[in-house]
Design a binder for this molecule. Sequence first.
Ligand SMILES: Nc1ncnc2c1ncn2[C@@H]1O[C@H](COP(=O)(O)OP(=O)(O)O)[C@@H](O)[C@H]1O
Ligand SMILES: [Mg+2]
Length: 453
Amino acid sequence: MGREKTVFVCQNCGYRTGRWLGRCPSCGGWNTLVEEAAVPQPKLKKRGVLNFLAQGSGPVPITEASEVEYSRFPSGIGVLDAALGGGLVKGQVSLIAGEPGIGKSTLLLQLSKGLAEGGKKVLYVSGEESAGQIYLRAKRLGALDERIVVLPETVLEKIEEAADEVKPDVLILDSVQTVFSADLESSAGSVSQVREVTYRITELAKRGGITAFVVGHVNKEGQIAGPKVLEHIVDTVLQFEGERGSFYRVLKVVKNRFGPSGEIAVFKMTSEGLREVPEPSAFFVSERNAGRSGTVVFPHTEGTKPVLLEVQALVLPAVYSTPQRRSEGFDPNRLSLILAVLEKEAGIFLRDKDVFVNVVGGVEVDEPGIDAAVALAVASSAKNKPVPPEVAVFGELGLTGELRNVYFAEARVKEAKRFGFNRVLVPKTVAEELKEEGVEGYGHVKELLEAVL
Ligand SMILES: Nc1ncnc2c1ncn2[C@@H]1O[C@H](COP(=O)(O)OP(=O)(O)O)[C@@H](O)[C@H]1O
Ligand SMILES: [Mg+2]
């Protein structure tokens, strides 16, 4: 026979092709195709067990399809249970994604502790650390409990054997990139392996009613190797984020088959591990320097429970001929758009200015409600006039400068008022709907700026 057959696999989306390409035609990623040995792909059709929630007795009238009863149990971490909609579910598979060093192993060991204290048996599989290293961390975190079984292992088949033997209630796999199946020839961390490992752990979980957590490291672009393939296999995706150099960590529920998504849980990293922050609004705005220009409070939510965030902006004369636009925790393209609207609709010219925007606390905001807060913070810094300290603001900004309604307006107003922000600036439509004292409606960004600056 000729040379061994190989195939090129996109490490981002799993697209397969016979020849090398610079750019993946499926997901558009550059340089993501990697040559792998062409072994037959696992037959996905046989994997019906994965859809265990979708299994049943065939078609039934919806009125007779009684509610799925999830048997929930607490994780031992209150803020996590709350974010997940009331605890963990038997057979649930969660992906915990985050950059190296953010605290994923710490969180999972603390979770193991909480579960063990609740009488659950935990199998903690680490492909990254020895049993001794895990012991040392567990000792520091006060998580030494005989119901936690540790297994340093990277071969998937051995992990499956161990799970059959130990019969844990909860299985933790740290991390998916370090484990590989002997059935595949590609190396650990490749998209084929990562997908195979996640599939097989999911099968194991569904078959044995085991609740599983799979750690996934994200790369510098903030993506897990093969993010699309992994995210649709698992039930829940938890994103662990934090600002570099900050002690605060935010766990965001990005996907959840058993409850709401978009909720967040906030922690503080200490030498004894992660400490829960039950009132995130209080602490996100606690270090705020309210008397200064360029800061404003924004009630944020992508789930159901809003949290108050401080949005800061700094506007300075540009150093270079191309002015800088930087943003942390907020889409930089959206920032450019807001600056353009400010120029056209509010007469604030920033073409010869550097503009920096920061969402304090390390939360990544991915909803348009922040637009009005960014616009106000930028205008405040540009004019060097502080926003009155009792003001909170939210609303989407349209291209003609109009302020638009966003989700959960009432809950946002409530959260702002709960923390003493007695002037809540909102889109006009929201104010007309709520008719509430302290809620000021504005139809256009220019009116909003004139009202407070
Ligand atoms: N001995 C220690 N004392 C205090 N904090 C520590 C100690 N060791 C690690 N940490 C904290 O834990 C973090 C590493 O967490 P870890 O759970 O290993 O991250 P990940 O698993 O996401 O790579 C470090 O960034 C540091 O903040
Ligand atoms: Mg780790």
